[in-house]
Design a protein around this ligand. Structure first.
Ligand code: FUC
Length: 780
């Protein structure tokens, strides 16, 4: 009743007042639902196996289904009396171009180092916190555009309701029977046409009637533009003291067959049409991290005008074709049981205790779907929420946390055959070399560039939040992701593009590493082991293991890149000499891999901490491997055991990849059951940190791929961590380092057939069914 009243209220109040009446998220969800009819009868499961599907509309944001063109995204609720598309555009963030470097920071650096090396950690933490953190201390948040709401004539009951998301076509749909009419809705976000297309149809003529409006928590106004178009014009807001500098616009145009279409001041109504296509566009004035002079009106109009020239059939075909070009590269079959016929939310509840291997396939492909939908060349990288966030300040600002989360987002890009999705990450790193050069100079007195543990749309690169944010290795880790792209593709042009960023990241460490007094190793200082505390409960330290590992990779990769490209010989020699003086991996008193230079692990504040930073060396890096460095691999395993299996969503995703690298199949599978359970996977399959954070999805897909194929140790390893739960199956199109594509089939837990393809004929060492042999690979 309250919901219904609220619903009627929100229809009457003008835009801008909405926030006053729905201040909490719960209320926000209420107005999106409207009055819901009774749902009677059941719809059968969809024919296709790669669908998420449900028997009722979304009640919460994490039940709505995500679609995205890379740049433009929507969460589709699938309501009967009211439909809601919560909209995002990947350049709509708070604030504007800003410089958060702290002019006081550099002067405090020698003192901070002295305190750390004298073991005065509390004092060091305090000094870093007071003098060396950026101003403002936070960064800008990713934000919603608002909601497009469609109100239909209210019905009290419907039958055969079903909504779903087909991962193979990237189309979400709703269908139900009301008053003897079957209503169908399809929604997709086209990267080809840069619009969201919503098609409303019925199996009898003249049945489509609705009224559409926008609502937004941003400052905005709604008006009509011609008879068939409604426009939301807005500006973003101030965040953390930084003024909003963006204009944005969303527009919706109705193309109806039959009936009557009329746009009033703030509503667009369609009455008694046979079918309707709504085209939705959104754009901002963002041109780059330092230029906000774009024209959202011209952009949005243009997207709509171009898309209007195409038929629905053409828009749909072009969208499906482009999606499938990427999506269909990998086919996975882990087997299927009757459980696969159940709605997705019910399957998630049963995964850990039941037998539903197909849900793991669905989760794997959903991660690939999300990356395709949130990270396309030319757009922004996938942030903490991918592309999908509601409100003005999503969890952790929905930014780019680069002490694990953004890196994890891109782990599936290579193994899961979506290499082009790293394009936005490369572009972001290019921009960080510029802002990060200033941070390097102002916070460290160093050349090259640095990025600390977070960045945002404006490419802020300084240390934020608190002492644990004073961690200078984020940019270097991003370079490792991109180096992996080179290892997987062998693309020399890409390496030529990447190399200057790697070189600048390495230059920063050549300039800023300092000698620690005990062993005379060269270390970062002050740094932190993300985001863990060591005795006496402080963050700041010198040379945490993760830093040493990342820098060792960065230097080694730079050395190799400069050899391949035939450049920078003296620089290469300098890197080799400095690399020899980095702190080694050390094994501590519990047999664990030490997280810090000192053997503090057993006394650390939270021994079950979600971050497993020192295990970077085992995954994603190949510095530690089962056969290459068995003692270190055993120590890493000990560390993992001490940390425990359960954690936040992304942290389970990381553990999944780590256990896969340790090739303990049953333990790896157990970790997967921890990820695929209702408190770590929402009904819409979004990962739950909680709250929603997308990295766990990406870590999950990567871990599943890593169970089936590994290539980090100079050979291809087939089924390195195949659990008993998947005795027979097949996969096509996984990628391996060296520009290789692998298909394989197994039965009774053994490989029965495989095929390795490469653009050039060559020899590859393959480990399979306990044997190793060298094979001649086929040309693609
Ligand atoms: C780091 C993590 C948190 C969360 C946040 C976005 O701070 O430690 O768990 O993922 O990033």
């Amino acid at each position: 009743m309250i919901t219904r009243l609220h619903d009627q209220l929100t229809r009457l109040i003008p835009l801008g007042l909405v926030l006053l009446v729905c201040p909490s998220l719960q209320a926000a969800e209420d107005y999106r639902l409207g009055h819901q009819p009774a749902l009677i009868g059941e719809s059968p499961a969809p024919e296709e196996s790669l669908s998420l599907w449900y028997r009722r509309p979304a009640q919460r944001w994490v039940e709505a289904l995500a679609i995205g063109s890379g740049r433009l995204g929507a969460m589709v609720f699938g309501g009967v009396n009211r439909e809601c598309l919560q909209l995002n555009e990947d350049t709509l963030w708070g604030g504007g171009p800003y410089d958060q470097n702290n002019p006081e920071a550099l002067a405090a650096l020698p003192e901070a180092r002295r305190l750390v090396f004298e073991g005065k950690y509390r004092e060091a933490d305090r000094l870093v916190n007071e003098k060396m953190i950026a101003k403002p201390r936070g960064q800008m948040p990713y934000q919603t555009v608002g909601d497009l709401l469609l109100d239909f004539p209210e019905v009290d009951s419907v039958t055969n309701y079903r909504r779903g998301l087909n991962l193979d076509t990237a189309i979400t749909s709703v269908s139900y029977l009301a008053g003897g009419v079957r209503f169908t809705r399809e929604v997709f976000a086209s990267s080809v046409d840069q619009v969201i297309v919503l098609h409303l149809s019925a199996d009898k003529p003249g049945q489509i009637t609705f009224s559409a409006g926008f609502q937004t928590p941003q400052k905005g106004t709604v008006s009509n533009d011609a008879q068939d178009t409604l426009v939301l014009r807005g500006v973003n807001g101030k965040a953390d003291g930084i003024d909003g500098a963006l204009k944005f616009q969303a527009r919706v145009k109705a193309i109806a067959s039959g009936g009557k279409t009329l746009a009033s001041d703030d509503h667009l109504s369609v009455t008694n049409a046979d079918s309707v296509v709504l085209l939705v566009a959104a754009a901002t004035s963002y041109k780059s991290f330092k230029d906000v002079s774009g024209d959202p009106e011209a952009l949005a109009k243009n997207y709509i005008t171009s898309a209007s020239k195409k038929s629905l059939d053409r828009l749909r075909r072009d969208h499906i074709g482009e999606h499938q070009r990427l999506f269909r590269r990998v086919r996975l079959d882990l087997g299927s049981t009757d459980a696969a016929k159940l709605p997705t939310d019910e399957r998630i509840k049963q995964f850990a205790t039941g037998t539903d291997p197909q849900l793991a396939t669905l989760y794997f492909q959903f991660g690939r779907y999300l990356l395709i939908s949130s990270s396309r060349p030319g757009g922004q990288p996938a942030n903490l929420q991918g592309l999908w966030a509601e409100g003005l300040n999503p969890p952790w600002g929905g930014k780019y946390t680069i002490n694990i989360n953004t890196e994890m987002n891109y782990w599936p890009a290579e193994t899961c055959n979506l290499g082009e999705c790293v394009g936005p990450l490369m572009a972001m790193v290019d921009e960080l070399t510029e802002t990060g050069a200033r941070a390097a100079k102002m916070h460290w007195g160093a050349g090259g560039w640095v990025a600390h543990h977070n960045t945002d749309l404006w490419r802020a690169a300084s240390p934020i939040d608190g002492p644990w944010g004073h961690w200078p290795t984020g940019g270097a880790w991003l370079c490792q992701n991109l180096w992996e792209h080179f290892l997987f593709t062998g693309d020399r042009k890409f390496l030529e593009h990447l190399y200057p960023a790697m070189k600048g990241a390495a230059q920063f460490f050549l300039d800023s590493l300092v000698e620690e007094p005990q062993h005379k190793w060269l270390v970062t200082c002050p740094s932190a082991s993300p985001e863990n505390a060591h005795p006496p409960g402080t963050s700041v330290c010198a040379g945490p293991t993760m830093d040493n590992q990342i820098i060792r990779d960065l230097f080694s990769n730079c050395i190799q890149a400069s050899e391949i490209l035939g450049v920078d010989q003296p620089f290469r020699e300098q890197l080799k000499a400095t690399r020899a003086r980095l702190a080694p991996n050390q094994i501590g008193k519990a047999g664990q891999l030490q997280e810090w230079l000192e053997d503090w692990d057993m006394e650390a504040g939270d021994r079950h901490h979600r971050h497993v930073s020192h295990l970077y060396g085992l995954y994603p890096s190949a510095q530690i491997s089962l056969r290459g460095t068995p003692e270190l691999a055993a120590a890493a395993k000990k560390s993992l055991e001490l940390r425990g299996d359960d954690a936040t969503g992304w942290a389970i995703g990381w553990r999944l990849c780590l256990w896969a690298r340790l090739q303990d199949a049953e333990h790896t599978y157990r970790i997967l059951t921890l990820l695929l359970r209702p408190d770590r996977t929402y009904p819409n399959m979004f990962d739950a940190h909680p709250p929603f954070q997308i990295d766990g999805n990406f870590g999950g897909s990567t871990g599943i791929a890593e169970m089936l194929l590994q290539s980090h140790a100079g050979e291809l390893e087939l089924l390195p961590a195949l659990p008993q739960a998947w005795p027979a199956g097949s996969v096509r199109g996984l990628r391996a380092r060296g520009n290789l594509t692998v298909d394989l089939e197994w039965s009774g837990g053994k490989v029965v057939r495989y095929r390795v393809a490469s653009p050039e004929p060559r020899e590859v060492r393959v480990r399979s069914n306990g044997e190793t042999k060298t094979i001649q690979v086929e040309k693609l």
